[in-house]
Design a protein around this ligand. Sequence first.
Ligand SMILES: [Zn+2]
Length: 274
Amino acid sequence: MRWFSRGPVITDELWEEALHRHPLVARFEKARNGTHKPTTLRALSEKFLRSMQIRWAPGLERSDHVRVSLAMLACLPVLNLDLRWYRRWRTVLIVPRDYETESMEVDEAGVVHEGVSVAAGEYSEWGTVVIALEDLEESGLGTGFNVVIHECAHVLDNANGALDGMPPLHPGMDAVAWSTVFGDAFTDLQRRVIRGRGRGSTRTRGGGGRRSGHRTGPGRRTAFDPYAAEAPEEFFAVASELFFERPRTLEREYPGVYRQLALFYRQDNINGKS
Ligand SMILES: [Zn+2]
């Protein structure tokens, strides 16, 4: 990284290295080359790094490679939106690996449920995103797992102050259509996940789906991590991971969800239009 008074500039070497580490983005850039200036994502990534404070957990070495990987993956969802969508997001904390989070919920009958889940990252509405480095390195490989896009989806979702699986929609988008499509898909996935329980353990993850091809019922497989069935906002975040990582798979599984996400992100990752 070269530093000028106006902030960091990503060198050719760093950019090429990041594309090599995250082949999904490399393919994406290649597909866009005919229609857009290939420097757009890179320029946006530089702008992102100028506005973001990156903190490193003890023991981690600061790395320009990690900074560029993070910026590149975080800018993919807002490539055709605007960095202003991230204005509530100020800080990224990089931690070495997955970590456990404790949760406690009281149900309607007043029974307390305690649980421990493993998280690859998290978003706090105070403006901090936590990302596990080992999961950042596994993102952007085209497997369906992408912790950065997962957390970015939460930031976008919360742009209207409500983390509920429905970001502020663009003019011309139909809120009723969105709610119907996402509501139906979420209910369907919940049913499939519940039916699939007891057919092998599933590991709850706070940061999004890592594995692809989960068995959720007799003969039916889904690319969705079962974690997506926990809440509408997690469904939106996991669907966003798939939208960028495995768009055809998402389109096959829930075509309506794919179409709504294409309208929201203003990208069509199947037909290469954006
Ligand atoms: Zn999440």
